[in-house]
Ligand binder design. Structure first.
Ligand SMILES: [Fe+2]
Length: 400
């Protein structure tokens, strides 16, 4: 049975849950086993139920955050009785204080189905090659700020493929900020909240040039700011003007390159996932450093963080005997990322805005001839903000 949730039964959060009446509940030692008519089952532990008891002091009604310090969740707490109420909620009585709590069956159901997990409400990541994704998924930038469906599709492709493009965006210098700040807090860096990428030929070769990006040089496949403990999660580049010849944008899916490397060159995969390098930003007035492997697999393989930016890869932090294989492995990886098998190449036209996962996608640029103006506006945002925005949009559109 599915009816709308009653406002009289709050949950330990502010999310919306469809009412999903429970069929039965049985107490077995320290667990309440909750079952629905379609066979879905949840084993709920006594202390976990106690700290999620909204109407019995477990959760603050204003913040919907837990109130009980783990030191007070002692082993004398037990379930003494449990039953299904007339409308399908679950009522539990606890010892030793005889507290009674009633649980929203839709909230219990979302736990049973694992929808509390980090990956829920997000599209699954989909590795790609130049054959499976010949061009960046593309949406209409002129409508993105006013059309929920386009916004959702754009965000979904960004999370799924780690790469998405908008065309026909306004040539307004604030557009990048206006769009990306809709996702959450923009990630500030020493480049600023929003930064310009232009060919700064007059400054080339001087200490005033703060990044290889601000030259007309080719940029091989790389990820930005591996010098940070947590490099920015996503990067957005908005083309305002492009009169230069050449300078195509290149993109390769690092997740696919890593998978191919593991299968085809396991010795290089082992070297890149275990041998450490020190990355450092050597600009005037800053001293950012981080030590880590070229391929950082994170916890259980996620999130993948590639530390692949040779302009700031400073020092091999490894036994000298490992250095030959470390360089051989990097050479192989970079050649794969730059090959037609993995690399997409597309021109940057005014009004294009490309977004990509800065820790997964290897981006680069062909060299270009100076003489015409080329101006991009860029910004970063962390993975957390994008994933939060994706969950909110997906949940909202699923319930409207
Ligand atoms: Fe870059």
């Amino acid at each position: 049975m599915c009816t709308l949730a009653t406002p009289q039964l709050p949950t330990p959060d502010y999310y919306y849950y469809r009412w999903s009446a429970v069929a039965s509940v049985a107490v077995d030692d320290r667990f309440a086993t909750i079952r629905w008519a379609d066979g879905v089952e949840l084993q709920a532990f006594d202390l976990w139920l106690r700290e999620n008891a909204v109407d019995a002091g477990g959760v603050d009604l204003a913040t919907r955050e837990h109130l009980i310090d783990p030191a007070d969740l002692d082993d004398s707490i037990r379930i003494t009785a449990a039953k299904v109420t007339g409308d399908g909620a679950v009522e539990v009585r606890f010892a030793p204080d005889d507290a009674v709590a009633t649980y929203h069956p839709g909230w219990l159901r979302h736990v049973a189905e694992g929808n509390f997990r980090t990956e829920s409400w997000l599209p699954e990541l989909e590795p790609w090659t130049a054959a499976s994704l010949p061009a960046p998924p593309t949406h209409d930038g002129a409508s993105i700020l006013k059309d929920d469906a386009i916004f959702q599709a754009w965000l979904s492709d960004l999370v799924r493929f780690g790469l998405v493009r908008l065309e026909n965006c306004p040539l307004d210098e604030n557009f990048t900020f206006d769009l990306v700040s809709r996702l959450g807090a923009i990630r500030d860096t020493n480049f600023g909240l929003v930064w310009d990428v232009r060919a700064d030929i007059d400054l080339a070769g001087t200490a005033e040039t703060n990044s290889t990006a601000n030259t007309n040089l080719r940029l091989g496949p790389h990820t930005d700011l591996p010098t940070r403990e947590t490099p920015p999660g996503f990067q957005f580049l908005h083309c305002i003007k492009n009169e230069a010849t050449g300078g195509n944008s290149t993109m390769a899916d690092g997740a696919a390159v890593v998978a191919a490397l593991e299968a085809e060159h396991p010795e290089h995969y082992e070297a890149l996932t275990t041998l450490n390098w020190v990355f450092s930003n050597r600009g005037p007035g800053i001293d950012h450093r981080w030590t880590g492997p070229f391929i950082d697999l994170g916890v259980d393989g996620a999130p993948l963080t590639l530390r692949a930016f040779y302009p700031v890869r400073g020092f091999p932090d490894m036994d000298p005997h490992d250095m030959p294989r470390a360089y051989a492995a990097m050479r192989c990886f970079s050649q794969m990322a730059d090959s037609d098998r993995f690399k997409l190449s597309s021109p940057f036209s005014p009004g294009d805005l490309v977004g990509f996962d800065n820790r997964r996608i290897l981006h680069g640029r062909d060299g270009f001839e100076s003489g015409g103006h080329r101006h991009l506006r860029g910004t970063y945002i962390d993975h957390d903000e994008v994933r939060s925005a994706m969950r909110v949009v997906n949940r909202r559109l699923a319930h409207t």
